[in-house]
Design a protein around this ligand. Structure first.
Ligand SMILES: [Zn+2]
Ligand SMILES: [Zn+2]
Length: 271
């Protein structure tokens, strides 16, 4: 079993067409490919415009039929917490993510570069990353009431530039509490192990941090593996290493999207 439900195409900020992504998925022996274009956000040029959203839905829907004997394709969307879609139709699944912080009417991205994270930590949050983390995880926890969200996207995205622990120690009790409280609050949803930042050279390990992944196992939370793919060559980026990590944490299964709904597939079926 090979699945990727977090992929971007030229309809948003991805490099490749829907068809090229599909052909690559078939070459790389994927069983399931889900598209999750960035849901429309005004003034955000990484997201799909209203016009592109319409075309995206039409193209993915047509491709599902065209490729149905070779690949199972799902139509999804990556919805930002700042712009809730609310209605699932016509999507098969929805990823809920938070990509920015808001402070006194200003919005800044958390995943753009290290400098912006430093600015926000120092100027907006008085030099205390814990304050930033508390606000970020509070925003993520709003999704508890949002039934349309199936998958929680890159849970600890705020640590994108923190592999060297220059913003916060991964064992900081206040930080860990915020992150673990978020896992508890959203435990009925599926959390993804996301390798996207590795493909783009920002990190050497996937989200979430191994300590959070272990906590998810402890709490019997469902997970899936995605590459948050913006370039078809990275469709299976760091999949083998991540699977090893997931198995080492003790997970016995991962969630797979079927025709009806998500189900659990034995961890040994994945490659
Ligand atoms: Zn994202
Ligand atoms: Zn994404």
């Amino acid at each position: 079993m090979r699945q990727n439900l977090h992929t971007h195409s030229t309809y948003c900020d991805g490099k490749n067409s829907i068809r090229d992504m599909i052909e690559t998925a078939i070459e790389k022996k994927f069983d399931i490919l889900g598209f999750s274009g960035h849901g429309y956000m005004p003034l955000d040029n990484c997201s799909m415009s209203v016009e592109n959203t319409r075309k995206y839905i039409a193209e993915v829907t047509a491709m599902k039929e065209e490729y149905k004997d070779r690949l199972t394709i799902f139509l999804g969307v990556e919805q930002d917490v700042l712009n809730r879609v609310m209605v699932k139709e016509p999507f098969d699944f929805i990823i809920g993510s938070c990509h920015e912080m808001i402070h006194e009417g200003q919005i800044l991205p958390i995943d753009y570069n290290r400098g912006i994270m430093e600015f926000m930590t120092d100027v907006w949050y008085g030099g205390d990353f814990r304050v930033l983390a508390k606000e970020y995880y509070t925003m993520i926890r709003k999704m508890k009431e949002w039934d349309e969200v199936d998958i929680v996207g890159h849970l600890d995205l705020i640590t994108k530039y923190n592999e060297d622990e220059s913003f916060i120690s991964f064992t900081d009790p206040a930080y860990i509490k915020e992150a673990c409280d978020t896992v508890d609050a959203l435990k009925d949803k599926i959390f993804e192990v996301n390798t996207g930042a590795i493909a783009r050279g920002y990190r050497k390990t996937p989200y979430p941090h191994i300590s959070l992944l272990k906590y998810m196992k402890e709490k019997d939370v469902r997970i899936c593996l995605n590459s948050d793919c913006h370039n078809m060559d990275d469709l299976d980026c760091f999949y083998n290493e991540s699977l090893e990590m997931i198995r080492a944490c003790g997970f016995k299964s991962m969630s797979v999207l079927g025709e009806d709904w998500f189900y659990e597939e034995d961890i040994d079926s994945f490659f």
